[in-house]
Write a protein that binds this ligand. Structure first.
Ligand SMILES: Cc1cc2nc3c(=O)[nH]c(=O)nc-3n(C[C@H](O)[C@H](O)[C@H](O)COP(=O)(O)OP(=O)(O)OC[C@H]3O[C@@H](n4cnc5c(N)ncnc54)[C@H](O)[C@@H]3O)c2cc1C
Length: 176
């Protein structure tokens, strides 16, 4: 597992339940995951934590991955871990910087939405991984898309008709 933030720690804990050994590789001198997750990680007998490690290469034999190379940032030494799989959990940045002056964003750059998908701007709705919704998963993004669509429809039908926009009896007759 590459990455010692919350995503990496959660994924390593998950993985430790189904594989014989997990090595978590972190660039910084310490993990950045919440303390409760770090404690859980350190309680697992089949998890090893490597810090100050700059991943340099994923090595394969032509048909499958075989090892991971990294630089020990303290000594500068090149090291290699033999393994069967690599999972990269170093975080994702939502592509929302173009919205920063118009819609409220969280400190991580996610669109702040309420339970209806509404943002801080009336009539603007958000859904999916780029929002503050917890658990970034496909099924959740799909449901949030449906919520945001229904909310947009609801917003539009409640938008007041402009002054003089109502149809009168003459319009009804013409339509008939
Ligand atoms: C490695 C990896 C593995 C994953 N595995 C799983 C899994 O097993 N199960 C699961 O449920 N979820 C998984 N996920 C999470 C899942 O991919 C996301 O939750 C889901 O794709 C979110 O959907 P979305 O529509 O919100 O965002 P995205 O799928 O990211 O779609 C956003 C789209 O918007 C486009 N876009 C971005 N900026 C702009 C712009 N300015 N203008 C126009 N278009 C733009 C992007 O190109 C992209 O096509 C995984 C994610 C990763 C990275």
């Amino acid at each position: 597992m590459i990455g010692g933030g919350n995503s990496g720690a959660e994924a390593a804990i998950d993985l430790a339940g189904v594989v014989s050994h997990v090595t978590l590789v972190e660039f910084d001198p310490q993990l950045r995951a919440d303390e409760v997750l770090q404690r859980k990680l350190r309680s697992l007998p089949n998890v090893e934590i490597v810090v100050s490690a700059r991943t340099t290469e994923v090595v394969g034999d032509g048909s499958k991955v075989t090892s991971l190379r990294y630089e020990d940032r303290d000594s500068g030494d090149a090291r290699e871990i033999e393994l069967d799989g690599v999972f990269v959990q170093i975080g994702l940045v939502p592509n929302t910087s173009w919205l920063k002056d118009s819609v409220e964003l969280s400190p991580r750059g996610e669109l702040v939405i309420d339970e209806r998908g509404a943002t801080s701007v009336p009539g603007v709705f958000g859904a999916g991984d780029c929002t503050t919704v917890p658990y970034k998963q496909i099924v959740i993004a799909l449901g949030a898309g449906a919520t945001a669509s229904l909310s947009a429809f609801d917003y539009l039908i409640r938008t007041p008709v402009p002054e003089g926009g109502e149809r009168d009896a003459a319009d009804e007759d013409a339509a008939a």
